[in-house]
Design a protein. Structure first.
Length: 283
């Protein structure tokens, strides 16, 4: 299966909202049919060739509880390098970099927003080092209150890029981990954010969907909240021999309507797999 086929699939999944409402290329919001009080906002960048970012803003009176993003690029030469919550949790910035794309491409951001009082937890520094694979973790002050997470790669030369391949909430929903891979000979760093709501401690569970270790070119995995639970956030990660950021891309596509987080990845090395995580709230 070709790289173009995979990117077309990302476009279908990631752009369903924009196509349905006729506003592809602009931010929009909709009420989550099965998730009362939760809104999904999607923003799509302009189609250009350089690296770019796009911001999805939460509606007035709501805050960011989790986020996701994806790119549409027929060349397969683009990688997401940040899913960055805004400091006041009014939205999320998703950015991606090109390392050889010659035709226009777009990046989209998805924000899952709701009324409440979540807080953003972030570390003091990056701790840059010359490594091929790097991760960073940050924890909520109140155990079990993690509703969403973000991550960002910094200090990476566009000509020799590093990129995210994982955003992982721990089983106890206390710690957020961002994972990235890139050149060992260049200094770069990865940073994680945790979005926490102490009022939800004890009400949250993590659902996991894990793809098989295989040599397939692409994998799509969806984690789903159980009946009676509301989607609040989630993440995804490549695993196995899949940490080559130049050939593995992960799309994080939250959908509170269906109570799901969908992860999509392309082959980096064989065998490899994809995991998706949904953070779900009781009531």
């Amino acid at each position: 299966m070709s790289g173009t086929t995979w990117w077309k699939r990302v476009a279908v999944v990631g752009f369903a909202l924009g196509v349905a409402s006729g506003v592809v290329g602009t931010a929009h919001a909709r009420a989550a049919g099965q998730s009362v009080g939760v809104r999904l906002v999607e923003a799509v960048s302009a189609a250009t060739t350089p690296g770019k970012s796009v911001t999805a803003w939460c509606p007035s009176g709501t805050k960011l509880y989790s986020a996701g993003g994806a790119v549409r690029d027929a060349s397969g030469q683009v990688a997401i390098d940040a899913v960055r919550p805004l400091p006041d949790l009014s939205g999320v910035v998703v950015s991606a970099r090109s390392f050889g794309a010659t035709s226009p491409w777009v990046v989209l951001a998805r924000a899952v927003c709701a009324r409440g009082n979540p807080v953003l937890v972030r570390p003091d520094g990056f701790g840059a080092a010359q490594v091929a694979v790097k991760e960073d973790s940050v924890s909520c002050e109140v155990p079990g209150s993690l509703t969403g997470l973000g991550g960002e790669v910094v200090g990476s030369d566009p000509a020799d890029p590093a990129a995210l391949y994982g955003l992982v909430p721990d089983a106890g929903l206390t710690t957020a981990t961002a994972k990235a891979a890139g050149p060992a000979e260049a200094p770069w760093a990865v940073k994680a954010w945790a979005i926490c709501d102490p009022a939800k401690a004890g009400l949250l569970v993590r659902e996991v969907a894990k793809g098989d270790m295989s040599g397939s070119f692409e994998q799509t995995v969806t984690a789903t909240c159980a009946d009676g639970y509301q989607y609040t956030g989630g993440g995804a990660s490549a695993y196995g021999n899949a940490t080559d950021s130049l050939t593995v891309a992960v799309a994080w596509l939250p959908d509170p309507d269906s109570g799901t987080m969908t992860a999509i990845g392309t082959k980096g090395a064989s065998p490899w797999g994809i995991e998706a995580y949904a953070i779900c709230s009781k009531g």
